[in-house]
Design a protein around this ligand. Sequence first.
Ligand SMILES: NC(=O)CC[C@H](N)C(=O)O
Length: 301
Amino acid sequence: MQALLDQIAAEMAQATDRGRVADYIPELAKIDPNQFGIAVALPSGEVLTAGDAETPFSIQSISKVFTLAIALGRLGDQIWTRVGREPSGLAFNSILQLEQENGIPRNPFVNAGAIAVTDAILQGRQPREVLAELIRFIQAAAEDDSITINQAVAKSEQATAHRNIALAEFMAAMGNLRNPTALAIGTYVHQCAVEMTAAQLARAGRFLLGAPGCPRLVSIARIRRINALMMTCGHYDASGEFAYRVGLPGKSGVGGGILAIAPGKASIAVWSPGLNDYGNSKLGAFAIEKLARGMGWSVFG
Ligand SMILES: NC(=O)CC[C@H](N)C(=O)O
C-alpha cells in the first residue's frame, strides 16, 4: 500500500488542473493549492502516509460527521425531527429547498442541516462547552490531544457568514432553531475551523470502522447509519458521483479535505485545497478513487 500511496502522491504533484481554493472564507483563499497529502489509518492504529500528510488544514464540513455522532449520542433518534436523511441534490449552502420544505433541512451534511444539528447539541449550554465536547470527541477518536481550532479561520468565516446566517434565521422563522442565531452560527463556524493533518484525520476516522482495536465512541448500529449518510449525502450534489467512482462513504470539506471509510478495513484522509464545481477537493476525489481501486476497497462487493 505504501508504494501505491507514493505513486498517487507523485501523480497528484504533477497535476496542473487542481481546482480552485474556496475564496468566500478569506483565510482559506490564502492557502497554496499546490499541496496534496494522503493518509490511511488501519484498525490497528498504524498510519501510512504520502505527500503533505503532516500539514494542518481546515476540516470545515468534515466536522459535521463528528457533530452528528455527538447529536446521535445526546438526542438519539430525536435528531431526525430537526433534519432529514435524504440527499439534497443541491449545493451545500443552498437556500432553495429550505423554504419548500418548511425549514427542515434535507440532511445533516448540507449547511442548514449541520447548523440544525449544532443548534440541537447546544441544549442551553455555552458554545465553548459544546466546542470543548467536540474537540474531546475528535481527540479521543484520533488518540491525539494536540488537535485544536484555528481561531483566525473561525473569525474569518464568522465575518462572511451571511448565507449561513440566512439559513439559520429561516429555520428560526419556521421554529427549527432553539438558540439565538448568533450562538448557533458562532458554534458552527468554530466547529468548521477545527484543524488537522491528513494523518490526524485518518486516525480520527477510525471510530467509524467498527473493527476491533478502534476507539469505540458510538455503537455499531450508529456507525452503519453515519456511514450510510456519508455515502448518500457526504459530497452534496456530487454524492452519487463519489459513490459511483469510489464506492466508499465519504465526507468532504471546503478546506480541501475528504475523509473516506472502508468499513472494517481503513480510514482514509486526503487533502488538496483546490475544489471542483461542487465544492469538493478535486484531486482528493481522484486520489481516493485510485486508492480504492488499487486496494479493491468498495462497500458494493
Ligand atoms: N462544504 C463546506 O465545507 C462548508 C463549510 C463552511 N464552513 C460553510 O459553512 O460554508
